[in-house]
Design a protein around this ligand. Structure first.
Ligand SMILES: [Zn+2]
Length: 100
């Protein structure tokens, strides 16, 4: 088995996806792919990565476990903070308004 075929997943990314589904609607923040990508980058860079060696099937039960164990307040805070920052300065607006 080739080393490159081992699938490592940063489960923190899945946790943030789940948090965004909760917090993004109704936040007033732009929800285009550019902004969601920026929010995820901001949040992921502030949180410690949690890599697991897994197959797709196992992934979602693990996300539940991580979300329960992780100090969830920290994750909520970081995600909400990232949403606020992008809401104030959505990069997609720059791209669309004047093509710099
Ligand atoms: Zn946007």
């Amino acid at each position: 088995m080739a080393v490159s075929s081992i699938e490592l997943v940063n489960i923190m990314e899945k946790v943030i996806d789940a948090k965004l589904e909760v917090y993004l609607p109704g936040s007033g923040c732009c929800e285009c792919p550019v902004c969601i990508g920026d929010i995820k980058c901001l949040a992921l860079n502030k949180l410690p990565p949690k890599y697991v060696n897994t197959h797709q099937g196992e992934l979602f039960s693990r996300v539940d476990q991580v979300m329960l164990r992780q100090n969830s307040v920290d994750v909520d805070f970081v995600v909400l903070n990232a949403i606020e920052r992008i809401k104030d300065k959505p990069r997609c607006k720059d791209v669309n308004d004047d093509k710099k």
